[in-house]
Write a protein that binds this ligand. Sequence first.
Ligand code: ZN
Length: 224
Amino acid sequence: MQIVYFPHPALRFKSTEVKRIDANLRAVVRGMFELMYEANGIGLAANQIGLPLRVFTMNLAARPDEADQEFVFINPQITSRKGAEVGEEGCLSLPKLYADVRRPEAVVIEAFDLDGQLFEMDLDELPARVVQHELDHLDGIMFTDKVLDSQRKDVEPVLAVFDRTFAEAQQAGEYPANAEIEQQLKAIASSGSVPDEFLTQSLTTPPVTIPAALLRARSSDGAD
Ligand code: ZN
């Protein structure tokens, strides 16, 4: 597992809902926390490791020794938004680029945890910003899409460098062509579960199946 950088096609892929919380998913989530800590990040979406499923991790302390600050959001949905605030954001898929984004200041988010339990969090300030940034990832949206107009001219040349770097890596054979990556993403997305190659460790906790009725109710909500 590794973090993919802009403009990897996984970052523009609208992720699909997780259908089954199983040992593979738990292993991937553990790996996501490890990658996040290595990169000093506070949030990481699954498509940032090339996995097009609706999952993200968060630890505002950014430290593995503060595991009580670890949160996993599976099939998350924002059910309420309030206010507006401009704040600086960065992204592990766009290292060293920071820019200001205006977002609702407070949100209510609901999601499933790794035990398949639905939970709700009432967040404001930094945690509200983090969950909105991560949820955007799951829809294929980068924070740079929402950067303030006044900073767009500073951001665009940096994105052009990332574009060039990725194209060169593809030419050098470090990544497949976009069409091939997209085909892989579609295959994983249609299964709604984690393929074995994402496994980093074996776990024995039994799988949890999310009731189909809940999935239907949530996907028709359309709050976004
Ligand atoms: Zn990000």
